[in-house]
Write a protein that binds this ligand. Structure first.
Ligand code: SF4
Ligand code: SF4
Length: 176
């Protein structure tokens, strides 16, 4: 099996990193297409799970059936909190950190199945625990934990991990 290791191929975590200044239109996630969203709406879709910052194996291009996630995260990830440590300047340290935009979503079906960008692109609903639905950050956090979503506290930094160790780090708690 030919395995391509996608190291650091991750999307930014906008929901926790940039100010929201525009109005979120009611039910925007089910009313407009991804490319019709304003900046704040786009940012609000991210649940901050951090899964996209994990290193993954891809066996066949972008086929979601062939993606395997590891628990090894980008070197800028704070594995305790699940947030990027240097978000504003991340591309200085990680030039291939992907800025997720509507035109890139169709080529990123390796994103986890709960990711709102992927779900809306596929015509699916937001996960029921999404903050836009619960409007309660604590409830969302609790429900995300119950749904086994989020990397905080259970990933390790790629720093110090050898390439030959990667296959042993594949996990099943992220589903593409
Ligand atoms: S630079 Fe930050 S946002 Fe980009 S992959 Fe690494 S941890 Fe994630
Ligand atoms: S996988 Fe999706 S929802 Fe989770 S942090 Fe990445 S972009 Fe945001």
């Amino acid at each position: 099996m030919t395995i391509n290791l996608l190291s650091k191929n991750a999307v930014s975590l906008p929901a926790h990193s940039e100010p929201k200044t525009e109005i979120l239109r009611p039910q925007f996630w089910s009313t407009y297409t991804l490319d019709e969203l304003n900046h704040s709406e786009w940012e609000a879709l991210c649940d901050g799970c951090g899964s996209c910052c994990l290193i993954k194996f891809m066996d066949n291009g972008d086929d979601e059936e062939e993606v395997e996630y590891t628990d090894v995260a980008c070197k800028l990830m704070d594995c305790a909190t699940g947030y990027c440590q240097h978000y504003a300047t991340r591309q200085h340290y990680v030039p291939d950190c992907i800025q997720l935009t509507p035109d890139k979503v169709p080529t990123m079906m390796w994103l986890p199945e709960h990711c709102a960008y992927k779900r809306l692109y596929k015509g699916q609903a937001l996960p029921e625990w999404h903050l836009l639905l619960t409007r309660d950050a604590v409830a969302t956090q609790q429900q995300m934990r119950a749904a086994n979503v989020g990397i905080a506290g259970r990933c390790v930094s790629e720093t110090g991990i050898l390439d030959e160790e990667m296959e042993d780090r594949v996990v099943t708690w992220v589903t593409p």
